[in-house]
Write a protein that binds this ligand. Structure first.
Ligand code: 2M8
Length: 725
């Protein structure tokens, strides 16, 4: 693990340890001194990577306060901490309900049900998952009860969509989505119960919290629930706030999926949760989709209309797999626009909680604009589910750099990253731990070097066997081959997502045609290619396609590391000579350089392939050469005419991607191992610095490198060898 990540994981663990209250974790030391419902789910996910027992205890404690009707309360109060928060048990008066659990002090509303997701993760992250099975068996019926409560009490028309009856139930308390339904409520201030806000005592700036007007309405609703003795049917008849929220329902559908898998693990029938998952996903896709906005919006059951306010909550259905592919693409376009901080925009952090272009957007006010770690953690996984890997990576890069640079805050300024609300915030710490473990350090046993060294032992495999020769003349072969590679790109490479559809490609006519053309290479002399641009494009394209061809031919499923010596031993015969990916890269494109894993140059002194070397070396090629892995360049086709422009774009994209993390506050730069392996091609460390300055978008990162040129400390990010599938 890179040192900086290891240090910050330790800091995050310390925050969770300090916020531990004996049998559960406080969301933050002062502002939220009790146990909160969905916070505990996120916290358990973080802890599950290093302390299964405590992760289990977190969830168990929460469910001990589950109501007899299945509702899981938003807050479980710690009797020893009373007096520091509003509203507390004296205000909720939940003893009016027959469902409240004996001996527990709770609020009378619920929150987004992330718990089944946390439980599934606890199981998978446990050192010995088998040992976590008794916990799964015990908690499963309680999780089912929770979901059954939601479908029974909160979905009166049996649509598959449940409603929330208080903004606090959404978890995104003062989201602009609630403005219209809340303002519609006529509040007689004089008849409101008296109350005193405690939250303002713990925050530096009241303008970063919900307004007093909001609180009046929150209190009004709680008072209404009390008067109804928390009877769901009565509440339903009178409550002016009944909303089908895309965030709540997406989490529910995603949690239903986890329930299915938990049921399978413990040998129960998964039929009920499976039906729920499908029904809810289907209802989200149809009822909550706002055609004119290309967005999922909340549906107001009192006004019988969609609330036409688009917040980041509208992206959550991606996590549940609810959108159609067309809807997902539209959502993606919205998400990846300057409204929500586009890829490589450079002056913002992804994803602000509300559209930055709207009048009500507020970069520092709570749920009205700042960046929240939990929301983006969920959306990033949703994007991954639909294959928007580059965007998911960039969100995760921000999720990691925000706490490192600005502290483990509750929420962050969407433009300059300043931390707001409570410091030492538990879910920020917990999800940081999860991200580092899941996405940056997964593959710690085999480093890139290890995989390349293996190359010395594998068996040689020539992919173009010469059985089926192409019809075109040798003069036209290079052109035809490039044409064919472009056809593969057009149909099977998703350059925006950085992925290849290997399954479809494998049996396609385009791939068949390409394979035949590669046989023609056996009679082809690379000397026939004239001009540097043509040569660069030819070799880059051939490198990229030999990698794809080898992945398909050799049936690689998860990582090129499955094939010993993948880059060294898989070859094309070109003219009289054999060329592996390594020969093309280190031999031709890097002017017979020494690969970082070898003491020798790629071609020996008398190697005839030295006739084809390219000089000078263009370091931008490293962002165009695809190695079939997630951490290398997204695949594309390079056209001789435009190859320099394309290399510019490739370099810029890479330098501004999640493979480069600039941490001015730490005086450090975390960069892809590609820079370490090919340092010489960039002109040494100073060359790398200049390269970063040239290609980073304007902003603090670039200014930092310029201003600290001599003292910069580099750390290298772990290389993700998983297939770019
Ligand atoms: C915030 O909500 C509580 C009420 O539940 C509050 O403002 O007092 C929200 O950010 C919510 O999502 C979160 O669970 C809670 C504790 O972190 O704080």
């Amino acid at each position: 693990m890179s040192r900086i990540f290891a240090d910050y994981v330790e800091k995050a663990k310390k925050i969770l340890a300090d916020n531990w209250a004996g049998s559960s974790t406080k969301p933050s030391p002062l502002l939220y001194p009790h146990q909160w419902n969905w916070d505990s789910g996120f916290i358990a996910i973080g802890r599950s990577h290093y302390d299964t027992a405590r992760a289990i205890e977190e969830i168990t404690t929460l469910f001990e306060a589950q109501w007899s009707n299945g509702m899981l309360p938003q807050i479980v109060f710690n009797p020893e901490e009373l007096g520091h928060y509003f509203p507390e048990p004296d205000f909720w008066q939940t003893e009016r309900s027959p469902n409240v659990p004996m001996g527990k002090l709770t609020s009378g509303i619920t929150m987004p049900p992330v718990h089944a997701i946390a439980v599934e993760k606890i199981y998978h992250h446990a050192r010995q998952p088998r040992k976590a099975r008794p916990f799964l068996k015990e908690i499963y019926p309680r999780l089912l009860d929770l979901h059954a409560y939601l479908y029974r009490e909160r979905d009166p028309a049996d649509e598959g969509l449940v409603y929330i009856r208080h903004p606090w139930e959404s978890g995104i308390d003062n989201s602009p989505t609630w403005d219209v339904p809340l303002r519609r409520m006529k509040i007689d201030k004089a008849s409101l119960p008296r109350y005193h806000r405690m939250d303002l005592e713990y925050v530096a700036d009241p303008s970063m919290r919900p307004s007093d007007d909001d609180y009046d309405r929150y209190v009004y609703l709680v008072d209404l629930f009390r008067q109804c003795n928390y009877d769901e049917a009565k509440i339903r008849e009178t409550c002016p706030f009944l909303i089908q929220d895309p965030l709540f329902n997406a989490i529910l559908a995603r949690a239903d999926e986890s329930l299915v898998r938990i049921a399978e693990i413990i040998g129960e029938s998964p039929d009920v949760p499976r039906a729920w998952a499908e029904k809810t996903a289907n209802a989200i896709r149809t009822k909550l989709w706002h055609r004119d906005h290309d967005m999922f919006d909340a549906f107001d059951l009192v006004a019988h209309e969609l609330v036409e306010v688009d917040t980041a909550a509208g992206f959550l259905p991606l996590w549940a797999g609810a959108p159609t592919h067309d809807q997902a693409q539209r959502l993606y376009e919205r998400l990846n626009s300057s409204s929500f901080c586009a890829l490589h925009q450079g002056n913002c952090f992804t994803i602000p909680n509300y559209d930055t272009k709207k009048e009500a957007f507020d970069r520092s006010n709570y749920w009205r604009g700042p960046v929240w770690i939990n929301i983006n953690w969920m959306i990033a996984q949703g994007l991954r589910r639909y294959g928007y890997t580059l965007k998911a990576d960039s969100i995760q890069k921000d999720l990691l750099q925000l706490p490192i640079r600005f502290g483990f805050y509750e929420y962050f300024d969407s433009f300059d990253g300043s931390g707001y609300g409570s410091d030492n915030f538990s879910w920020t710490a917990a999800l940081f731990i999860d991200l580092v473990n899941e996405f940056y350090e997964k593959d710690t046993t085999a480093s890139g070097i290890g995989s390349k060294v293996e190359g010395f032992f594998g068996e040689e495999r020539v992919l173009n066997d010469g059985n089926d020769m192409p019809d075109c003349g040798i003069q036209d072969l290079a052109g035809e081959l490039m044409h064919s590679i472009r056809a593969l790109r057009d149909r099977f490479y998703n350059t925006e997502r950085g992925l290849v559809d290997y399954e479809q490609l494998k049996n396609s006519a385009e791939y068949g045609a390409y394979r035949i053309l590669t046989n023609g290479l056996r009679q082809f002399d690379p000397e026939m290619i004239r001009g540097r641009k043509k040569k660069i494009a030819f070799w880059i394209n051939l490198y990229n396609t030999i990698v794809v061809d080898a992945i398909v031919t050799l049936g690689v499923t998860a990582s090129v590391k499955e094939v010993p010596g993948f880059f060294r031993n898989v070859k094309y015969q070109i003219g009289k000579h054999l060329f592996s990916a390594d020969d093309i890269e280190h031999g031709i494109l890097r002017h017979n350089a020494r690969p970082f894993f070898s003491p020798f140059r790629q071609f020996g002194p008398r190697d005839p392939r030295k006739a084809f070397l390219l000089f000078p070396v263009d370091p931008r090629i490293h962002f165009a050469l695809v190695c079939g892995s997630r951490s290398c360049a997204p695949i594309d086709y390079y056209d001789a005419e435009t190859v320099y422009d394309q290399l510019e774009v490739a370099a810029k994209s890479f330098v501004n991607s999640s493979e480069v993390l600039i941490l001015p506050e730490e005086q450090k730069i975390l960069i892809s191992e590609i820079f370490r392996w090919y340092e010489k091609d960039f002109g040494g460390l100073d060359g790398i610095k200049d390269f970063l300055i040239d290609y980073l978008v304007e902003g603090t990162a670039k200014a930092f490198i310029r201003g600290n040129y001599r003292d910069l400390v580099f750390e290298y990010l772990h290389y993700d060898w998983n297939l770019n599938r």
